[in-house]
Ligand binder design. Structure first.
Ligand SMILES: [Zn+2]
Length: 195
Protein backbone atom coordinates (compact mmCIF):
# COMPACT_ATOMS: atom_id res chain seq x y z
CA UNK A 1 0.00 0.00 0.00
CA UNK A 2 1.23 3.47 -0.83
CA UNK A 3 -0.57 6.04 1.31
CA UNK A 4 -2.31 9.03 -0.20
CA UNK A 5 0.25 11.72 -1.13
CA UNK A 6 3.24 9.38 -0.55
CA UNK A 7 6.15 8.43 -2.83
CA UNK A 8 7.56 4.93 -3.46
CA UNK A 9 10.45 3.39 -5.36
CA UNK A 10 12.06 0.03 -6.08
CA UNK A 11 14.38 -1.60 -8.58
CA UNK A 12 12.44 -4.09 -10.70
CA UNK A 13 14.57 -6.86 -12.15
CA UNK A 14 14.35 -7.76 -15.81
CA UNK A 15 11.35 -10.05 -16.33
CA UNK A 16 9.66 -9.05 -13.08
CA UNK A 17 6.23 -7.48 -13.05
CA UNK A 18 5.07 -4.27 -11.44
CA UNK A 19 1.34 -3.74 -10.89
CA UNK A 20 -0.06 -0.38 -9.84
CA UNK A 21 -3.65 -0.46 -8.55
CA UNK A 22 -5.87 2.61 -8.28
CA UNK A 23 -7.75 1.22 -5.28
CA UNK A 24 -10.53 3.79 -5.00
CA UNK A 25 -10.43 5.21 -8.54
CA UNK A 26 -9.64 8.68 -9.87
CA UNK A 27 -6.12 8.72 -8.45
CA UNK A 28 -3.21 9.89 -10.59
CA UNK A 29 0.17 8.16 -10.11
CA UNK A 30 3.20 10.09 -11.34
CA UNK A 31 5.93 7.73 -12.55
CA UNK A 32 9.59 7.92 -13.52
CA UNK A 33 11.91 5.06 -14.51
CA UNK A 34 15.64 4.63 -15.01
CA UNK A 35 18.02 1.97 -16.28
CA UNK A 36 19.22 0.55 -12.95
CA UNK A 37 22.72 0.09 -14.37
CA UNK A 38 22.97 3.62 -15.79
CA UNK A 39 20.65 6.20 -14.22
CA UNK A 40 21.50 8.68 -16.99
CA UNK A 41 19.63 6.28 -19.29
CA UNK A 42 16.15 7.35 -18.21
CA UNK A 43 12.57 7.49 -19.43
CA UNK A 44 12.16 9.51 -22.62
CA UNK A 45 8.60 10.80 -22.98
CA UNK A 46 8.98 12.22 -26.48
CA UNK A 47 10.66 9.15 -27.94
CA UNK A 48 8.12 6.87 -26.27
CA UNK A 49 5.26 8.82 -27.87
CA UNK A 50 7.00 8.90 -31.28
CA UNK A 51 7.83 5.20 -31.41
CA UNK A 52 4.61 3.67 -30.07
CA UNK A 53 1.41 3.68 -32.14
CA UNK A 54 -0.45 4.44 -28.89
CA UNK A 55 0.78 8.06 -29.13
CA UNK A 56 0.05 10.21 -26.11
CA UNK A 57 -2.26 7.70 -24.39
CA UNK A 58 -0.23 4.78 -23.12
CA UNK A 59 -1.90 1.37 -23.01
CA UNK A 60 -1.35 -2.37 -23.59
CA UNK A 61 1.66 -2.95 -25.83
CA UNK A 62 3.24 0.43 -25.19
CA UNK A 63 6.97 0.15 -24.53
CA UNK A 64 8.49 2.77 -22.23
CA UNK A 65 11.77 3.75 -23.88
CA UNK A 66 14.77 5.53 -22.42
CA UNK A 67 16.87 8.27 -23.97
CA UNK A 68 19.20 5.53 -25.29
CA UNK A 69 16.10 3.74 -26.67
CA UNK A 70 16.52 1.01 -24.10
CA UNK A 71 13.14 -0.66 -23.51
CA UNK A 72 12.59 -0.14 -19.76
CA UNK A 73 9.05 -1.47 -19.31
CA UNK A 74 6.24 -2.84 -21.47
CA UNK A 75 2.61 -2.29 -20.48
CA UNK A 76 1.11 -5.79 -20.62
CA UNK A 77 -2.27 -5.17 -18.97
CA UNK A 78 -4.37 -2.05 -18.52
CA UNK A 79 -7.94 -1.84 -17.26
CA UNK A 80 -8.13 1.95 -17.50
CA UNK A 81 -6.96 3.06 -20.94
CA UNK A 82 -5.96 6.61 -20.07
CA UNK A 83 -2.40 7.15 -18.98
CA UNK A 84 -0.76 10.47 -19.72
CA UNK A 85 2.78 11.33 -20.71
CA UNK A 86 2.48 15.05 -21.56
CA UNK A 87 0.99 16.62 -18.42
CA UNK A 88 4.08 16.42 -16.21
CA UNK A 89 4.06 16.53 -12.43
CA UNK A 90 2.61 18.98 -9.96
CA UNK A 91 4.98 21.18 -7.97
CA UNK A 92 4.88 23.97 -5.42
CA UNK A 93 5.75 26.63 -8.05
CA UNK A 94 3.06 25.53 -10.53
CA UNK A 95 0.49 25.25 -7.73
CA UNK A 96 1.31 28.84 -6.74
CA UNK A 97 1.29 30.07 -10.35
CA UNK A 98 -1.89 28.41 -11.56
CA UNK A 99 -3.94 28.19 -8.36
CA UNK A 100 -2.44 30.80 -6.03
CA UNK A 101 -2.06 27.90 -3.59
CA UNK A 102 0.03 27.98 -0.42
CA UNK A 103 2.65 25.24 -0.04
CA UNK A 104 1.08 21.79 -0.36
CA UNK A 105 2.58 18.31 -0.76
CA UNK A 106 3.33 17.78 -4.46
CA UNK A 107 4.79 15.24 -6.87
CA UNK A 108 8.00 17.15 -7.58
CA UNK A 109 8.96 17.24 -3.91
CA UNK A 110 7.93 13.57 -3.60
CA UNK A 111 10.22 12.72 -6.52
CA UNK A 112 13.10 14.70 -5.00
CA UNK A 113 12.71 12.89 -1.67
CA UNK A 114 12.49 9.45 -3.27
CA UNK A 115 15.30 10.01 -5.79
CA UNK A 116 17.50 11.06 -2.85
CA UNK A 117 17.39 7.45 -1.64
CA UNK A 118 19.11 6.45 -4.89
CA UNK A 119 21.78 9.13 -5.06
CA UNK A 120 19.81 11.34 -7.42
CA UNK A 121 18.10 14.70 -7.08
CA UNK A 122 15.95 17.31 -8.77
CA UNK A 123 18.24 17.43 -11.82
CA UNK A 124 17.24 13.82 -12.50
CA UNK A 125 13.53 14.57 -12.87
CA UNK A 126 12.34 14.39 -16.47
CA UNK A 127 8.93 14.57 -18.16
CA UNK A 128 7.04 11.79 -16.39
CA UNK A 129 4.18 9.40 -16.96
CA UNK A 130 0.89 9.92 -15.13
CA UNK A 131 -0.87 6.61 -14.75
CA UNK A 132 -4.66 6.91 -14.37
CA UNK A 133 -4.53 10.59 -15.35
CA UNK A 134 -6.64 11.83 -18.22
CA UNK A 135 -5.18 14.75 -20.17
CA UNK A 136 -7.46 15.39 -23.13
CA UNK A 137 -6.09 17.42 -26.06
CA UNK A 138 -8.44 19.39 -28.30
CA UNK A 139 -8.11 19.75 -32.09
CA UNK A 140 -6.53 23.15 -31.45
CA UNK A 141 -3.95 21.55 -29.18
CA UNK A 142 -5.38 22.81 -25.92
CA UNK A 143 -4.83 20.39 -23.06
CA UNK A 144 -6.71 19.94 -19.83
CA UNK A 145 -5.94 18.32 -16.49
CA UNK A 146 -8.61 15.70 -15.95
CA UNK A 147 -11.26 15.01 -14.95
CA UNK A 148 -10.05 11.58 -13.97
CA UNK A 149 -11.81 8.59 -15.53
CA UNK A 150 -10.27 5.66 -13.67
CA UNK A 151 -12.53 3.27 -11.75
CA UNK A 152 -11.98 1.68 -8.34
CA UNK A 153 -9.60 -1.26 -8.78
CA UNK A 154 -8.23 -0.16 -12.13
CA UNK A 155 -4.68 -1.40 -12.61
CA UNK A 156 -1.78 -1.37 -14.99
CA UNK A 157 0.83 -4.15 -15.28
CA UNK A 158 4.36 -3.31 -16.36
CA UNK A 159 6.98 -5.91 -17.32
CA UNK A 160 10.57 -4.83 -16.75
CA UNK A 161 12.58 -5.25 -19.96
CA UNK A 162 15.83 -4.44 -18.19
CA UNK A 163 16.71 -3.96 -14.53
CA UNK A 164 14.86 -0.71 -13.97
CA UNK A 165 14.39 1.67 -11.07
CA UNK A 166 10.74 2.70 -10.76
CA UNK A 167 9.97 5.88 -8.81
CA UNK A 168 6.41 7.03 -8.25
CA UNK A 169 4.47 9.72 -6.48
CA UNK A 170 0.90 9.05 -5.41
CA UNK A 171 -0.23 12.48 -6.58
CA UNK A 172 -1.29 14.88 -3.77
CA UNK A 173 -2.88 17.44 -6.15
CA UNK A 174 -6.10 19.01 -4.80
CA UNK A 175 -6.38 22.09 -7.02
CA UNK A 176 -7.68 20.34 -10.15
CA UNK A 177 -9.77 17.20 -10.79
CA UNK A 178 -6.97 14.74 -11.64
CA UNK A 179 -7.53 13.10 -8.25
CA UNK A 180 -11.18 14.10 -7.95
CA UNK A 181 -9.96 16.62 -5.31
CA UNK A 182 -9.42 13.69 -2.96
CA UNK A 183 -6.01 11.93 -2.93
CA UNK A 184 -6.39 8.25 -2.01
CA UNK A 185 -4.10 5.22 -1.39
CA UNK A 186 -2.84 2.93 -4.14
CA UNK A 187 -1.40 -0.59 -4.08
CA UNK A 188 1.88 -1.59 -5.69
CA UNK A 189 2.71 -5.26 -6.28
CA UNK A 190 6.01 -6.67 -7.59
CA UNK A 191 6.30 -10.30 -8.57
CA UNK A 192 8.38 -12.74 -10.58
CA UNK A 193 6.34 -14.69 -13.16
CA UNK A 194 6.57 -18.42 -12.58
CA UNK A 195 8.09 -18.03 -9.12
ZN1 LIG B 1 0.97 15.41 -8.63
Amino acid sequence: MVAARAPWSRTIERGQMLRIVDLEGRQAVDFLCYNAHDPADRYAAADTMKINPSGIFLTVGTVLYSVEITPLFTIVADSCGFHDTIGGCCSAPINAFRYDAPYQPNCRDNFIAELGKHGMGKEDIVANINFFMYVPVSEKGEMDMGPSLSKPGDYVDLRAETDALAVLSNCPQINNPVNDYNPTPIRVVVWTPGA
